[in-house]
Design a protein around this ligand. Structure first.
Ligand code: NDP
Ligand code: MG
Length: 398
C-alpha cells in the first residue's frame, strides 16, 4: 500500500488523483490532503478517504469542516464511519503539515499557484517523492527546487501530460543519446483565429479548451500558450536539457502527448487519450505499471495526426517564457507571477486578451535582477512581480 498526501485534493488534478486511488482498492492510502475553499467537497473527500490530516485555506473553512465531520449525519452510512476523525488544519501551516506528514511516501503537488511551493519544497527536503502537477514549483523556483531534489535523492515524477510522456520516452535511451525533446501543444481554442480578431477574445471563449478540462488559470494559459512556455521551463529542469534542445510543435489532436528524438534520428512518442488519470497513475505507481480499465485510446476515432509550427506572432507568451528562461535569475518567477495577475484581470474583464502578454513583458523589463538562492528569495521576487503587474494593470485602466 503506497501512502500518499495530496495538495489540492478538490481541484481538477486532485479529484482525478482520488479517482485513481478509488480505482485501485488496496493499492493506495491517502494519509493527508489539503484543499482551498471548496469545503463541501473537502467534507465529502474526508468522509470517503478518511485521511489523518485535512487542511483547508482559511480558519473559517476549517471550522465548517470540523463541524461537519463531527455531525453524525455526515458520517452515517459511510464505510469509514468507524475510523477516527481527521485532524483539521488551515492556512500555509496546514498545507505544510499535509506535505510533510510522517507517513506520506509520495506527495501529489496539485495546488494551483505559488501557495503550493513552500510545502512541496519542505516535502522534498524530508525525502518524500513528488508527483508534480503544480507548475509554479519548477517555473518559479527551478534552480532551488532541483538542488533540493538532488540533495534528497527523491524521484520528481511529472504529472503534466507532456513531461509525463517525455519521462516515459526517455526510458527508451540514455540521456547522452537525446537529440531533442519535442513538446506537443494543442494550440488552444485560437489556433485558427486570425491575429486581427484576438483583441475581441472574451474570457468565455478562452475558457473553452478544445481537448482538456482543467482549472481556469491553466485553461487561459493554454489559450495564450503561456502554458507551453511554462512547460518548456519545466522540461529544462526536469530533464536537464538546454533550451536549444527543446522544441514545441502544435498537434491539435493532443493524442501524442510529447516525443523524444534521439541522436540516430529515431523518435519515440507517447500516445494516449486526453485523460489526466493516466499520467497521474503512472506517477503514483512508477516504476511499476499497473492495469487500468479506464485508459484506452480509441483507434477507430483516431483518423489523423496533424502538426504545425507555432505562429510566434499570435502567441508572444511562448517567446517571453523562453527569454525569461534564457536570462534566468528572478525572471521565470516573475513571468509566472505577472501571468497570474494578468490572467485574473482578464477573467474579471479588466484586461484584454492581448494585454496579458504586454503586462508580463513590462514586468519582466522592470524586475530587479536579484539572485535566487532560497525559497525566500523566490517568494520575494514573486511578491515584487505581482506588485509591478498590479500597477501595470491599473495603469492601463486609467
Ligand atoms: P484547480 O484550480 O482545478 O485546483 C487547484 C487546487 O488548489 C484546488 O484543490 C484548490 O482548492 C487548491 N487551492 C487553491 N488555493 C489554495 C490554498 N490557499 N491552500 C490550499 N489549496 C489551495 O487546478 P488544476 O487541478 O487544474 O491544476 C493544479 C496545478 O496543476 C496547477 O498548477 C496546474 O497548472 C497544474 N496542471 C494541471 C493540469 C490539469 O489537467 N488540470 C495539467 C497539468 C498541470 P479549492 O478548489 O478547494 O479552492
Ligand atoms: Mg500540459
Amino acid at each position: 500500500m503506497k501512502r500518499i498526501s495530496i495538495l489540492g485534493s478538490t481541484g481538477s488534478i486532485g479529484r482525478q488523483t482520488l479517482d485513481v486511488v478509488d480505482a485501485h482498492p488496496g493499492k493506495f492510502q491517502v494519509v493527508a490532503m489539503a484543499a482551498g475553499s471548496n469545503i463541501k467537497l473537502a467534507i465529502e473527500q474526508s468522509v470517503k478517504f478518511r485521511p489523518s490530516v485535512v487542511s483547508v485555506a482559511t480558519e473559517a473553512g476549517a471550522r465548517e469542516l470540523c463541524a461537519a465531520l463531527k455531525s453524525p449525519s455526515t458520517r452515517t452510512g459511510a464505510k469509514t464511519a468507524s475510523l477516527p476523525m481527521p485532524e483539521v488544519l488551515f492556512g500555509p501551516e496546514g498545507l505544510d503539515r499535509v506535505a510533510t506528514h510522517p507517513d506520506a511516501e509520495i506527495v501529489v503537488s496539485a495546488a494551483v499557484g505559488v501557495v503550493g511551493l513552500p510545502a512541496t519544497y519542505k516535502a522534498i527536503q524530508l525525502g518524500k517523492h513528488i508527483a508534480l502537477a503544480n507548475k509554479e514549483v519548477l517555473v518559479a523556483a527551478g534552480e532551488v527546487v532541483m538542488a533540493a531534489v538532488k540533495r534528497s535523492k527523491i524521484a520528481l515524477l511529472p504529472v503534466d501530460s507532456e513531461h509525463n510522456a517525455i519521462h516515459q520516452c526517455l526510458r527508451g535511451g540514455e540521456s547522452k543519446e537525446v537529440r531533442r525533446l519535442v513538446l506537443t501543444a494543442s494550440g488552444g481554442p485560437f489556433r485558427k483565429l486570425p491575429l486581427s480578431k484576438f483583441s475581441k477574445i472574451t474570457p468565455e471563449q478562452a475558457l473553452a479548451h478544445p481537448n482538456w478540462k482543467m482549472g481556469q488559470r491553466i485553461t487561459i494559459d493554454s489559450a495564450t500558450m503561456m502554458n507551453k512556455g511554462f512547460e518548456v521551463i519545466e522540461a529544462q529542469w526536469l530533464f536537464g536539457v538546454g533550451l536549444d534542445k527543446i522544441h514545441v510543435v502544435i498537434h491539435p489532436q493532443s493524442t501524442i502527448h510529447s516525443m523524444v528524438e534521439f541522436v540516430d534520428g529515431s523518435v519515440l512518442a507517447q500516445l494516449g487519450p486526453t485523460d489526466m488519470r493516466m499520467p497521474i497513475q503512472y506517477a503514483l505507481t512508477y516504476p511499476e505499471r499497473v492495469p487500468s480499465n479506464t485508459h484506452a485510446l480509441d483507434w477507430s476515432a483516431l483518423k489523423k495526426l496533424d502538426f504545425e509550427e507555432v505562429p510566434a506572432k499570435k502567441f508572444p507568451c511562448l517567446t517571453l517564457a523562453k527569454e525569461a528562461l534564457r536570462e534566468g535569475g528572478p525572471l521565470p518567477c516573475a513571468l509566472n507571477a505577472a501571468d497570474e495577475i494578468a490572467v485574473a484581470a482578464f477573467l474579471e474583464k479588466r484586461l484584454e486578451f492581448l494585454e496579458i502578454s504586454e503586462v508580463i513583458e513590462k514586468v519582466l523589463g522592470k524586475m530587479p535582477r536579484t539572485a535566487m538562492n532560497s525559497i525566500e528569495d523566490v517568494l520575494q521576487a514573486d511578491g515584487e512581480a505581482r506588485r509591478l503587474a498590479r500597477i501595470e494593470v491599473e495603469r492601463r485602466r486609467n
